[in-house]
Design a protein around this ligand. Sequence first.
Ligand code: A3P
Length: 335
Amino acid sequence: MAQVELEADNVLTGEEEDESLLLSMSSSSNKLQTREGWWTTFVLNDGCWMDRQAAMSVSLVRAQFVPRDDDVLLATYPKCGTTWLKALSFAIANRHRHPVVSASDHPLLTQSPHDLAPFIELPFRHIHPLAAALDAIPSPRLLGTHMPHHLLPPRIGCRIVYLCREPKDVVISTWHFMNKVIEGFSIDFDKAFELFVDGCSPFGPIWNHYLGYWNKHVEEPDRVLFLKYDDMMADPAGHVKKLAEFLRVPFTDDEVDAGVVEEVVRLCSFEKLSRLPVNSSVVAGRIGVDERPMKNSVFFRKGKVRDWKNYLTEEMAKKLDAAIEEKLKGSGLTL
Ligand code: A3P
């Protein structure tokens, strides 16, 4: 591990040096495949497309992250509702310490869900301080990740909640997000769509990401919970109860009678969270895509299902549907 840290400190300047570190950590000894991505060059890191920053971060996490058996990993493909899942999981898991009914000082009122359940692989290059920060979190930790299942650190054996979403809504949400995050840079929508359908999107192909966690869920349903954003929108209370059971903190009858489930749903709703000053006006100290400071507001846009209807032509929708259907065929996963 010491050697990796030393090398990492030495290679954080040039692309070629980054690549040599990536190669030394990757399972392949061939030159990494690259492709012009959405806003920068993407590299294919063990079958997963990402920018160089993310590839570096994933490699460092794989080398350095120290998992605990009682961690809970909240895993998502980007823009599938990570922020919502983190908020719900935090509110449920901590409700005895931080009651949700009539709470005026709940952490979710003043902190971003991303700070309450941090990503293991962000902020990308500044992984060393982050690793220490993750170590300092008391057990049981709630941690987020966008990493595909096959790239998770090898020793991870904890429970995982995976949240997926209708891919047509994901591509729209991703395009809006990237245009906000990469300020002053406009990403051509048609190009982004074609890359997405071709599997080249951040942490894509999206179908491989979904299938990696789906297959694990089929194999070990008690360890990997598989959720869908659209189903959660249709029945948030039912999903809050399901999530509580999976997190091993089921609601008691008294709590249900007292309306605690509905209070969790309300506290974590798009309407509530997106209007809080912390999520609407504050610039977080977070370093995001392309190493730019990110506002918490970028994680909130519309929070609706089927917004794709406002953007995709019928032909585009059919093309993406056909690609997804073909890739998921035989897996048992339907969206
Ligand atoms: P839209 O861009 O379609 O509005 P992620 O959290 O994985 O980055 O995903 C962001 C998407 O989730 C955005 O979708 C965002 O608006 C939506 N979202 C954020 N908070 C939400 C919440 N509390 N409930 C439902 N959707 C939410």
